[in-house]
Design a protein around this ligand. Structure first.
Ligand code: FES
Ligand code: FES
Length: 174
């Protein structure tokens, strides 16, 4: 009788019909043939060598793999190829070049919010999205929404200072 591990490996390698996935990645239409259950995080890192989104928990809890999916933050470890068909993904490699991300990166740098940097891309992706919302969320709302972005260096003091620099304490309508 095959061991449990061998049985799991067999399931993994079972022939699943591949799909031809076509979607917008950082503004360009891209195409790849892959299994429908291939995760976006795997595609980004292994097919397109976009290494900004990081594998952390890989179960949607840490935010290290965060990207914009159809213009809103999403964890790339939870998005499967079949969900991407015809959709739009923007990664830190594009976002960091935009005017929207600049104040966020400046604030994180000035406030000492970057230690080893492993969580930083996910933080910038999420904070940039929050910072461009109109009306802008309050600092308390931002801190609550950032609960899905974890820093293993536990450098939350710097990250909170960056949030304080970027967002008013009370909701502003601007
Ligand atoms: S690796 Fe995706 S949320 Fe942690
Ligand atoms: S800076 Fe190291 S994990 Fe956040």
């Amino acid at each position: 009788m095959p061991s449990e591990r061998a049985a799991a490996r067999q399931t993994e390698t079972q022939d699943v019909t591949a799909i031809v996935l076509k979607f917008s990645l950082n503004g360009s239409v891209v195409s790849v043939r892959c299994r429908p259950d291939t995760r976006l995080l795997t595609l980004l890192r292994e097919h397109w060598q976009l290494l900004g989104a990081k594998p952390g928990c890989e179960v949607g809890r840490c935010g290290a793999c965060m990207v914009w999916f159809n213009g809103a933050p999403a964890n790339a470890c939870l998005l499967m190829a079949y969900q991407l068909q015809g959709q739009s993904v923007q990664t830190i490699e594009l976002l960091r070049e935009t005017a929207q991300a600049r104040p966020v990166m400046r604030a994180m740098d000035a406030c000492g919010a970057v230690q080893c940097g492993y969580c930083t891309a996910g933080m910038v992706v999420h904070l940039t999205w929050l910072h461009q919302q109109r009306p802008q969320p309050s600092r308390a709302d931002v801190e609550a929404q950032m609960c899905g972005n974890l820093c293993r260096c536990t450098g939350y003091g710097g990250i909170r200072r960056a949030i304080a620099a970027l967002f008013p304490a009370e909701a502003a309508h601007k």
